[in-house]
Ligand binder design. Structure first.
Ligand SMILES: [Zn+2]
Length: 69
């Protein structure tokens, strides 16, 4: 069983998700810390990927990520 209490969590100002991963910096102002998923979304949006495609890509990424550490 995973123990995730008090693990320096942050709240993403974009999607509202609470996360414990290393934050990404928003490309919009280069200082707002956002969750890794929103970091990926911004990166994809910056190369013209539409939001529904962004979600599909994120799902694919999550499928191959090892989240057990
Ligand atoms: Zn987010």
């Amino acid at each position: 069983m995973k123990n995730i209490i008090n693990f320096h969590t942050r709240k993403c100002p974009f999607c509202g998700r609470t996360y414990a991963e290393h934050p990404a910096l928003s490309r919009r102002d280069n200082k707002t810390e956002i969750c890794p998923d929103c970091g990926v979304r911004e990166a994809l949006a910056s190369i013209g990927i539409k939001s529904d495609e962004q979600e599909q890509i994120l799902q694919t990424l999550h499928r191959y990520q090892n989240t057990d550490d």
